[in-house]
Design a protein around this ligand. Structure first.
Ligand code: ATP
Ligand code: MG
Length: 408
């Protein structure tokens, strides 16, 4: 495809993440191509091509299932009077100024993301000292860090993400401003932040990424309700749950298993949901009603920060509700529950809660066994629990969610 553009008389380079990852000997997630051809010209070179993007106009070229992003060199950031660029308080809103390869390099975010691979002579073109930073494992913003973060606050998240993923060290000059500027993330559209959160937590490095986000107070800007719980007095317990959940996410990623975004968000928001539900139950509200009301509230607040679609919100709620239904272990209920479309995910969630001492491990073990045995044995299990003398009367409610254990 690079050759096609060159044959048509244009320059064409690989750029960004794929060059960076190839230099590390890793398989790139996808390939980004840049060229001096304008979008319309790109379209005329490739039949199977669509122009996309509001913020940045670029071409998607399709090869079977694969999409390669082809962008035109962008113009220099130092000329904001350029007509194609729209700024607001120093933040870029739209950016369709075309330029040269060198200008294109300078407006990229990190030096190691601004390396161009030239297929003509198999060389790497470097205007910003990216090769040296790449060699020393340094993640460094191009230009003046403060201004670059203000221009696009999402770069703070990208800094943490790349540092974690590449195992690079964020250069001191780029680390320092983040604590101060983290709040600027609130200006970013919740839809874009949702996409970024998925990349942050579903790329196999969720644990380190989470720690860094907390360290730089970026997590607070993304998940204020959760952050407030984590910073609360009994700090260790909720931290353990989320850390375990993220560990689990990374393990699944390493094994090539999928992690559903709703599962991730259910874990990220569980602590405020759990804490507030527990409080309402203590005030006398019915378990399930309390949980559902709290879930709705927590979700609607969170949508103002990271706007996940309904296809994430709905199953998240179901997964949380099922946590309460695990308590009913007699009669036909366990059989209905096990056939619930969210059972498997909810069970995994229960295991995580049990692992961190927040749910009864006996309960988790019961459900593990219930899935393993045949139907006759299952029936026996549901009768066994029914016979137990501890069968609770309606009024004598057991707290549905265990209070936090006191740390020794
Ligand atoms: P990944 O492996 O996650 O795809 P990537 O570096 O390819 O990493 P992309 O988001 O695909 O990241 O962006 C491709 C390239 O576009 C980056 O390498 C960088 O040069 C440039 N870029 C992307 N986002 C920004 C931004 N917010 N500001 C400046 N340059 C950016
Ligand atoms: Mg990429």
């Amino acid at each position: 495809m690079l050759y096609r553009l060159r044959k048509a008389g244009y320059q064409a380079y690989l750029v960004g993440g794929c060059v960076r990852d190839l230099l590390l000997g890793r398989e790139p997630k996808d390939f980004d191509v840049v060229t001096d051809a304008h979008p319309e010209a790109i379209r005329s070179v490739f039949r199977n091509c669509r122009l996309v993007g509001r913020r940045f106009r670029l071409a998607h070229v399709y090869f079977g299932d694969e999409v390669v992003e082809v962008a035109t060199f962008r113009g220099s950031a130092s000329e904001p009077q350029n007509s194609g660029r729209v700024l607001e308080n120093g933040r870029i809103l739209r950016d369709n100024v075309y330029g040269t390869i060198e200008e294109d390099a300078w407006r990229r975010d990190f030096t190691v993301n601004a390396l161009y691979y030239d297929i003509g002579d198999f060389s790497v073109v470097d205007y910003v000292g990216g090769m040296e930073d790449h060699r020393s494992g340094t993640l460094r913003l191009i230009g003046e860090p403060d201004a670059r973060y203000r221009e696009d606050p999402v770069r703070m998240l990208r800094a943490v993400r790349f540092a974690g993923k590449l195992g690079f060290k964020l250069h001191e000059s780029c680390a320092e401003p983040i604590g101060r500027l983290a709040g600027l993330l609130r200006q970013i559209s919740p839809a874009r932040l949702y996409d970024e959160v998925l990349k942050l937590f579903l790329s196999g490095y969720a644990v380190q990424t989470f720690e860094q986000l907390r360290h730089y107070r970026l997590f607070e800007a993304l998940f204020p309700a959760t952050d407030a719980c984590l910073s609360g007095e009994n700090e260790r317990f909720p931290l353990t749950f989320l850390a375990k959940a993220l560990e689990n996410t990374d393990r699944r990623w390493a094994e090539g298993k999928p992690v559903a975004p709703y599962f991730l968000f259910a874990a990220l928001l569980w602590e405020p949901v759990r804490a507030q539900t527990e409080m309402r139950i203590r005030q006398g509200e019915a378990n399930m009603l309390a949980l559902q009301e709290v879930a709705a509230e927590v979700i609607s607040r969170q949508l103002g920060h990271t706007a996940f679609p309904r296809s994430v919100g709905q199953p998240m709620r179901e997964l949380w509700s099922l946590q309460l239904r695990f308590d009913s272990r007699s009669g036909g209920r366990p059989f209905r529950l096990i056939n619930h479309p969210r059972f498997r995910a909810a069970y995994d969630f229960l295991l995580l809660r049990a692992e961190t001492g927040e749910a009864d491990s006996e309960l988790a073990e019961w459900w593990t066994r219930f899935q393993a045995v045949d139907e006759a044995e299952q029936k026996a299990m549901t009768r066994e629990t029914r016979r137990k003398p501890a069968r609770r009367g309606r009024r004598q409610k057991k707290p549905a969610l265990k209070p936090r254990p006191i740390e020794p």
